[in-house]
Design a protein. Structure first.
Lengths: 1155, 420
């Protein structure tokens, strides 16, 4: 922090006592009356060597800029101070510079070197601010310098500087669009950044520079989804909007089936259904397929399954509906509207209604969007109808929009309440609003047949309103309504004809006359009479009424010339001498047209056609109809016109593009080969980062980790984001980073992309299988590359700063192994086989006890691995019994060593637990189950489709005499937040047979029972599974140091300590360990003290047994330690963020230990 | 994103401009002035105005229009939300956000705007970070600054921007460690002329003032969290924890902030705390009308209803009123026809009423408009929904903080429709 102290030295370096004339506050009134004469003294002040004077001057100059006064002639004097030590002067100079540099390019160049120096400063904040100002200077000549600075900053080790670099990209792009290609490279690089700080800014840059390069997003898609919740709010908006567009190009329409069904009926006739291969239910679909390409057909034939990545996006954005930032809420809402299956869109309504409480500008925008949404998805907002009721204090524009929404929401059931509301609105003071209400009534009337008459009658009554506007509007609306249903004309027209005696409002009179004229054939008796009356009062009428009288006369003359010939003549004669020239013109024109004379041209033949043409009924539809082709929430949508830079929301693709492009595993391989420089760069920078970035900052980050990890999304990505620095910090060894790194990967691939990665796995499996063979041959292809660096790793890991290469290599390698194993078993399966079945297979194979391969094999491997973490490979203190406590690495090591034939993935060290140890519980007794007995146990294996679920192994035994059919789960009644992943239906269970399946339950870290129905083909049984608290967690690997550190952070209320006395037979280490691990699914933390330290430390007098795990759903750490003392006295400590879990766990372990 | 910002006062003068990219001529505001002229009321100026080359997005707060100039597609709410954040920040810094306050602190304003946006994209909007960068002006500091020539720009580099808890500044120290929480509920209701409720809903907020040393980690739990139907959080609140346990767990920002806003689930029937009885008659052809209004408490859980203020926009036909309040004062503006009656506290034994006659325009017929009454009131020490904080715990720091929780109910948009 040398730089900051340099700043401190300067403060108050001089005092300005004795300069009274400048002492007053520069911003106060005086400045606003200041004029150009004072520029001279400003220059003097800037040239002085007193900071206070300079500051004074700069403040006055900034005040001038703020007022929009020109201060450009001071440029030379100001720019000299760019290197001023006083931080406020400096900042104000920056403000000035950015404002005027464009106008004084040459002089601005003088300042560049200062910033270039700043870019090299050891302090990240100074580097960032130098880049920020440098890139804000709009001088074309420095484009190359900027480009260089951005490129450099993009690989800076400080995420804050990288963020600044991301901000600088659009600045440079707007200055020089030629740089686009270079900038895209930088964007691509920054997109791969794993920190939340950078994510928002770089996506913003992406949107400004290259929104069309959607391909850059693929590899970062899952990461962005997972980081989203921790990105700052403005970044969230940009990312969500971009991801909406992305999803529209990459996934299939979740509502496809419905729309297909809608269309299907019509198309059926066109295509014969001679398709030989049959999908069970939907014929229409098949037919549609026919006209599409082979590839499309394959996709379509399957029933729609949402891409897991699509689901990931929906799931990770949902919590943001709770944001305080209206823009974020709106962004999520539009994402759901555009992307979610119909059934799920409803969740956004509540949040949008909440926004209506906000400022009126927010309301305005939200209502516009709600109006559009309510046309497409009316049901969504119906429950909130009352929230759109109008208050007299609302601004008119809000009232009108609310009215729009109410109209859209109106249907047969609620129309009566809505109309009653409308009635009160009509009495409002606000005439514009009243007019809009009348329009709204008209629209309700056209949309809902049942109320048409009521509405019409109501509107007719309004005709007697005193307010001209109300009447005019009513007449206009009635006119529209009448045009739509000609059969009802006569009654109302008669009624309206009567009204002409009373209604004085000219506009209304004119409208009535038009109506009578238009439909004179429906009221043949009244029309001439009306004309007669009107002819009488013609001279006293208003101009618009006169015009309509002429029109009426003309129309009547054409249809009923016998009765009205004279009247028409009379009217036309009166009009001929009218004062208004419009009326005179009209009269002359009409006379020529309708009265046949010798001279009249061809036109008069068509007079009837001209006047009595069928006028199209005006369409009363919402102005918001079809506005949703603009992305909701966008400026373009609001204006209903394409705004500059608007990116069109693409239509869903017919067939989903290859989902594997988002797989990050592939990327890993690529980066290790081609992205080598970047990685090396990282390693080079690690020490530097350690040195210069404040240590406490990183500590802080660590300390707060639980904070972040409990926010949505399994912490995998967050951790992996940190992993670089974590590993660098040294307390961790290879296995640690493996946990975070590959953890996130496999989580993603397992959970998020079930089906997607299914194929990949298979594919990969094949690939990997080859690799495996190569490994056996001691030289796997990807490894060969890392060989030289792994040598370095050895040293580095000793120094406890491990570069990423090593870890990523070993990671992917281990992954490969495990995957290849699982896929080995799959390989034979035909590709058509359903996902579930495959999984089941996997599970069953997984639970098979692993065969013990010879350990000599792969000595090379062994050596390499042990270099990463030596102790883990040491024979465990109590070799055979401690197996259940295996930590990650040892188990994965075993995996590596065991001829690569183990069937479970790396993350499940506990698979080695013999299943005999597992306690089974009864789910359904043989008697109540009518011969079917069901037992379950917690298999302690990770549930691969969703790592947040606890795997429950269910064993069905059919002891009845007949076979049981179609065993499946139904109708789960779950506490909020709990989820169940059902096991695939068991089609037949023959008498006397036993079958096991695995289902996953997300208990949400509570011991609430999951209730559901177990169904056979004949009966349903209500059953419930209640987990012991010890099963709500899964083991994680930790070193002793880590354990202590984490424990230190979970003090206070999070720590529960109990004293206990161990029984005789329970005092041994082995017994304690076994009992604890039986009670809770934890893994043992290796005791470092007895072998790790090079100078052997005598084992502590009272051994401490430590166990670590994390809760399955939220990933909160659970740390257990048992200190044994003399005479069986012991102390049990549980540290867990979730206090409820902690307390229950203490009880359980206590029980286990004392029994 | 945001290109420029103009601040326009109620008389239509631009008194501050700030450009984040190249300079946009202030003549662009002419389109805004046009729209302003067209609008009958100040709040009726459309928030988004398209012009040939730019888009103007504006918000109106404290009778100042904040007009942002946009050049290309951007979510309008993004800009609106940001502008409101700017106003909140000014208010936080200067106590009020008036034209005078902004003019007096123009340099601070400029520095703030400079930090809040970078190239038009929000950079630092958390008040804790900003306060680290730029110290809010106080009278004392202004005096000291003028004498010593020191500055109001923070001397330390803002580490907050780098932190994973960007909303909290580091190194906070207090001698008295205090945390206060105000649970404030607003009831919005429309009551029809017969006294039955058309709509009623409760919106609440929990505003906090936390002055705690170090990095405290707070948890706040409720007796009846199920009451909360729809919530929105300050970013500091851990969402998962809320989902799982209905507990608010957070590292608070330093100083004042809004922890949570909520909506009380609409299934619960909302108890209306006051009732209005009224009898207003306009007789056809007569120049006199009768006016009678009585207020009374209703379902207030024994708490007094205070600070009652009744206002109503009477029909245009009313020339003047001659009314007698049993308590409080009333005023009637014959020009705007605005009746307002400052009642004060409602005494359940002796209900306040306002009676008298109105003189109407001679010859005018019965007005069509339906006047509504807006009622404001406060009920101290009670949250209408019955929401109760169970406990507040602090972790991560050793000292014992002083904790306080206050409840209050206010009328939000509380309207009664009158018959005529």
């Amino acid at each position: 922090m040398s730089a900051s102290s340099a700043f401190n030295d300067e403060k108050g370096g001089s005092s300005n006592v004795g300069e009274p004339e400048y002492g007053h506050d520069p911003a106060s009134g005086g400045i606003f009356s200041s004029d150009y004469k004072r520029h001279d003294d400003l220059k003097e002040m800037l040239d002085s060597n007193k900071d206070s004077l300079k500051l004074e001057a700069m403040k006055r100059i900034v005040a001038m800029i703020a007022r929009g006064k020109n201060a450009s002639d001071l440029f030379p004097a100001v720019v000299k101070n760019v290197a001023c030590k006083n931080i406020e002067v400096k900042k104000l100079v920056y403000v000035y510079l950015v404002r005027y540099a464009e106008e004084q390019q040459d002089l601005a160049l003088l300042s560049i070197s200062t910033f270039q120096r700043g870019l090299k400063d050891p302090n990240q904040l100074i580097r960032a601010s130098a880049l920020r100002v440098l890139s804000s200077i709009r001088v074309t000549i420095i484009v190359p310098i900027m480009m260089l600075a951005i490129k450099e900053a993009a690989s800076d080790m400080s995420p804050y500087v990288r963020k600044t670099a991301a901000h600088a990209i659009p600045k440079l792009y707007s200055l020089d669009p030629e740089q686009k290609d270079c900038l895209i490279e930088v964007i691509e690089k920054l997109l791969a950044d794993k920190t939340t700080l950078v994510a928002g800014s770089v996506v913003m840059a992406f949107e400004e520079v290259c929104p069309e390069r959607i391909d850059l997003i693929h590899k970062n898609y899952r990461k962005l989804c997972n980081l989203l919740i921790d990105v700052e709010e403005w970044g969230q908006v940009v990312i969500i909007n971009m991801l909406t567009r992305y999803a529209r190009t990459q996934f299939l329409n979740p509502n496809m089936n419905e729309s297909l069904l809608e269309e299907g009926g019509g198309e059926k006739a066109f295509y014969g259904s001679d398709n030989d291969d049959d999908t069970d239910d939907e014929e229409d679909k098949e037919e549609k397929e026919k006209k599409k390409t082979e590839a499309t057909a394959i996709v379509k034939r399957k029933p729609y399954v949402m891409d897991p990545d699509h689901r990931l996006l929906l799931r990770n954005t949902k919590p943001l509906l709770q944001s305080r930032n209206a823009a974020v809420v709106m962004a999520v809402a539009q994402l759901y509207f555009h992307l979610a299956p119909k059934a799920e869109v409803g969740v956004i309504a509540k949040a949008l209604v909440r926004l209506m409480r906000s400022h009126s500008e927010v309301q305005y925008v939200v209502l516009q969007n709600v109006a559009t949404m309510s046309i497409k998805r009316r049901g969504m907002f119906e429950p909130y109808l009352k929230s759109f009721y109008i208050r007299s204090t609302d601004p008119t524009q809000i009232k009108v929009l609310k009215l729009e929404v109410l109209t859209n929401l109106a249907n047969e059931t609620n129309i009566s309440t809505i109309l009653r509301e409308f009635q009160t609105y009509i009495k409002s003071n606000d005439k514009d609003f009243v007019a809009a209400t009348i329009q709204a009534i008209g629209r309700c009337a056209t949309n809902i047949g049942e109320v048409r008459d009521t509405c019409l009658n109501g509107l007719v009554q309004l005709l007697s309103n005193r307010d001209e506007l109300v009447v005019a509007e009513s007449v206009v609306v009635i006119k529209k309504l009448l045009q739509m249903q000609p059969e009802q004309h006569s009654d109302i027209i008669k009624h309206m004809a009567k009204l002409t005696d009373n209604i004085q409002v000219p506009m209304a009179r004119a409208s009535i006359l038009w109506l009578i004229g238009e439909y004179c054939e429906h009221v043949p008796k009244i029309a001439p009479d009306v004309l007669r009356k009107m002819a009488k009062t013609f001279t006293n009428e208003e101009d618009i009424v006169k015009l309509q009288i002429i029109n009426l006369a003309a129309k009547l003359y054409l249809t009923n010339s016998k009765q009205t010939k004279l009247l028409t003549q009379y009217v036309l004669n009166l009009a001929k001498y009218d004062q208004n020239y419009d009326i005179r013109d009209r009269a002359r024109f009409i006379r020529q047209l309708i009265v046949p004379t010798d001279k009249s041209g061809a036109l008069s033949k068509y007079a009837k056609k001209l006047f009595l043409a069928l006028k199209p009924a005006p369409v009363l539809e919402s102005p918001f109809k079809d506005r949703d082709h603009f992305q909701l929430g966008s400026l373009s949508h609001l204006l209903n016109a394409k705004a500059g830079g608007y990116q069109v929301l693409p239509d869903w693709p017919e067939a989903a593009p290859d989902p594997s492009v988002r797989n990050v595993e592939i990327e890993e391989v690529i980066t290790s080969s081609e992205g080598r420089i970047g990685l090396l760069g990282d390693t080079r920078e690690v020490p530097e980062w350690t040195k210069c970035s404040s240590r406490e900052k990183r500590k802080e980050k660590k300390a707060d980790k639980p904070f972040y990890s409990d926010s949505e999304g399994e912490s995998g990505p967050t951790e992996s984001a940190d992993s670089a620095s974590d590993t660098a910090s040294g307390s961790e060894s290879g296995s640690g980073s493996e946990e975070s790194g590959s953890g996130s990967e496999s989580e993603e691939s397992n959970e998020e992309s079930e089906s997607a990665s299914e194929e990949d796995e298979e594919e990969e499996g094949k690939k990997k299988k080859k690799n495996v063979e190569k490994i056996k041959a001691r030289k796997p292809v990807p490894e060969s590359e890392s060989e030289p660096s792994s040598g370095e790793d050895v040293k580095k890991s000793e120094k406890k700063s491990k570069p990423r290469i090593g870890s990523s290599e070993s990671e992917s390698e281990e992954d490969n192994d495990s995957e290849s194993e699982s896929s080995e078993s799959e390989e034979e399966e035909s590709e058509e086989e359903s996902e579930e079945e495959t999984k089941k297979k996997k599970k069953t194979t997984a639970s098979k006890p692993p065969s013990k391969p010879p350990k000599k094999e792969n000595k090379k491997e062994k050596k390499e691995m042990s270099l990463l973490d030596f102790d883990d490979f040491d024979p465990a203190p109590s070799p055979s019994q401690v197996t259940p406590l295996n930590n990650f690495l040892s188990s994965s090591l075993v995996t590596d060593l065991e001829g690569l034939s183990l069937t479970d993935n790396v993350l499940s060290p506990t698979t080695i637990i013999p299943s005999g140890n597992l306690k089974t519980y009864e789910l359904l007794h043989r008697i109540t189950g009518e011969g079917l007995s069901v037992e379950y146990c917690f298999s302690r294996q990770p549930f691969s489709p969703d790592p947040h679920m606890v795997a429950v192994k269910i064993q069905f035994t059919n002891s009845a005499t007949s076979e049981a059919k179609s065993l499946h789960v139904e109708d789960a009644k779950l506490q909020s937040g709990m989820r169940i992943k059902e096991f695939p239906e068991i089609e037949v269970l023959p008498a006397g047979e036993t079958v096991s399946v695995v289902m996953g339950i997300d208990f949400c870290d509570s011991t609430q029972a999951a209730n559901f129905q177990l169904c056979t083909h004949t009966r349903k049984f209500f059953v419930s599974i209640q987990p012991p608290v010890g099963e709500l967690m899964m083991p994680i690997f930790m070193t002793e140091n880590e354990f202590k550190k984490e424990q230190g952070q979970l003090m206070g209320m999070n720590e529960i300590t109990e004293k206990l006395t161990l029984e005789e037979k329970c005092q041994g280490e082995h017994a304690v360990v076994q009992r604890v691990t039986t009670a809770a699914n934890l893994s043992r933390v290796p005791c470092g003290s007895d072998k790790e330290c090079s100078p052997p430390v005598p084992p502590p007098p009272f051994p401490i047994h430590r166990f670590a795990g994390k809760t399955v759903t939220s990933g909160s750490l659970v740390l257990v330690s048992v200190v044994t003392k003399e005479d069986g006295a012991a102390q049990l400590t549980v540290n867990c963020e979730k206090m409820v879990i902690g307390t229950m766990l203490v009880k359980d372990i206590l029980q286990a230990l004392t029994q | 994103m945001i290109h420029s910002l103009f601040l326009v006062n109620s008389s239509g003068d631009i008194f501050l401009e700030k450009h984040w990219k190249s300079v946009v001529s202030r003549s662009v505001c002419d389109y805004f002035f046009e729209a302003q002229e067209r609008a009958s009321e100040p709040e009726n100026v459309p928030p988004v105005i398209p012009t040939p080359h730019h888009y103007l997005i504006s918000v109106l707060r404290h009778r100042i229009y904040f007009v942002a100039v946009i050049q290309s597609e951007v979510p309008p709410l993004f800009v609106i939300e940001f502008l409101h954040r700017v106003v909140d920040t000014f208010q936080d810094y200067f106590g009020v956000c008036t034209e005078a306050a902004i003019k007096d602190n123009v340099v601070v304003v400029y520095e703030l705007l400079e930090e809040m946006l970078d190239n038009g994209f929000p950079l630092a909007t958390e008040s804790n970070i900003l306060k680290e960068l730029i110290k809010p002006p106080t009278i004392l500091r202004t005096v000291v600054n003028t004498i010593t020539g020191s500055t109001n720009v923070g001397e330390q580099l803002p580490t907050g921007q780098l932190s994973v808890v960007p909303w909290r500044r580091t190194g906070v120290k207090y001698t008295n460690n205090e945390a206060y929480f105000d649970v404030v509920e607003e009831i919005d209701a429309i009551i029809d002329k017969s006294g039955s409720t058309i709509t009623a809903e409760i919106q609440g907020v929990i505003d906090a003032c936390v002055k705690l040393t170090g990095m405290p980690d707070l948890t706040l739990s409720f007796m009846n969290p199920r009451l909360l139907d729809d919530v929105s959080f300050h970013p500091c609140v851990r969402f998962k924890r809320w989902e799982a346990e209905r507990i608010l767990s957070f590292i608070p920002p330093d100083g004042n902030f809004r922890l949570l806003s909520y909506h009380v689930s609409s299934q619960n029937l909302v108890a209306i705390p006051v009732y209005v009885k009224h009898n207003i008659t306009f007789r056809e052809g007569s120049s006199q009308g009768r006016f009678e209004l009585t207020l009374g408490p209703k379902q207030t859980m024994g708490k007094g209803v205070e600070a009652v203020l009744v206002s109503s926009q009477l029909p245009r036909g009313v020339l003047n009123t001659n009314l007698n309040p049993t308590q409080g004062t009333y005023t009637f503006d014959p020009v705007t026809k605005l009746l307002s009656w400052d009642v004060g506290k409602i005494n359940p034994q002796k209900l306040p009423s306002l009676k008298g006659s109105m003189s109407l325009q001679a010859g005018a017929s019965k007005p069509d408009e339906n006047p509504t009454i807006n009622i404001q009131f406060k009920i101290q020490q009670s949250a209408l929904s019955g929401l109760k904080v169970n406990r507040l715990d602090m972790y991560g720091e050793k000292y014992k903080p002083f904790k306080g929780i206050k409840y209050m109910t206010k009328a939000g948009k509380f309207q009664a429709l009158l018959s005529n």
